[in-house]
Write a new protein. Sequence first.
Length: 248
Amino acid sequence: MSEALKPVIVEFIGVNAWYGSYHALKDIDLAVRQSERIVVCGPSGSGKSTLIRCVNRLETYQQGQLVVDGYELNRHSRHIATIRQEVGMVFQQFNLFPHMTVLDNLILAPMWIRKLSRAEAIDLAMHYLERVRIPEHAAKYPGQLSGGQQQRVAIARALCLKPRVMLFDEPTSALDPEMIKEVLDVMVGLAQDGMTMICVTHEMSFARMVADRVVFMDKGEILEIAPPDVFFSQPRDPRAREFLNSIA
C-alpha cells in the first residue's frame, strides 16, 4: 500500500495549548499515517514534548482537535484509557519500578490491562526482551542495569501492550554517549519493522536514517515539515537553518 493510502493514525487539527498565559502549542496541524516515522526537532522550549504528550493525554490542549486511532481526544473524552492501550511511550527517564525485576516490570501491564495470564505475559515479555537484545537480564532489578539497558527495558515494556503507535520523548537525553547507540539501534529496528513512531530527539543521525518526515518546531509552532534529505540539505525556514547550523 502506498504511503498516501495508509490510514491516518494521529491527526492534529488546529491544536492550541496554553500553560496559564504561556502559549505552548500554536495552531498545530499534523497528520501521521500508519507505519510512518516522524522525528520532531527544534530548540529547547519549542513545544516538542508538549506535542507528543498530548497524544496520550499526559498534557491537555484547549483548542482544536486531536484524533488518535479514530477517537477524538479532548478533556471530556471517554476513550483516554483505550487510547493509552494503543499508544506506547518511552520517556527521558526510564520510569521502571525499582523494587521489581525486569520481567515483573514487563508483565504487569499485559496482565492488568490486556488480561493475559501470567504465563502468557511472561512469554510476551521474553519475546520483547529478545527484541531489544537483553533477555539475559530478565531476573535482574533496574538498579543492576546500565542506563542504556534500562531504556531498552522501558521500550520492551511499552511494546508489551502491542501499541499501534510509539512515542519517544528524548529517549537518549539521560544516557551517557556510549549508551546512546544501543538504544538508537533498537529504535532503528522498530522503524524497519514498520512501527508508527513519533520521536522527539536531538539525534539528527537517527532522523536522517529512519524518518519519513522531519517536523521542525520553534516557539510552539511547526515551521517546517519535510523529508530528511530536503530538511537537512535545503531547509526553507530561516529558523530551521539557524538550528541546523547550531548543531552541525
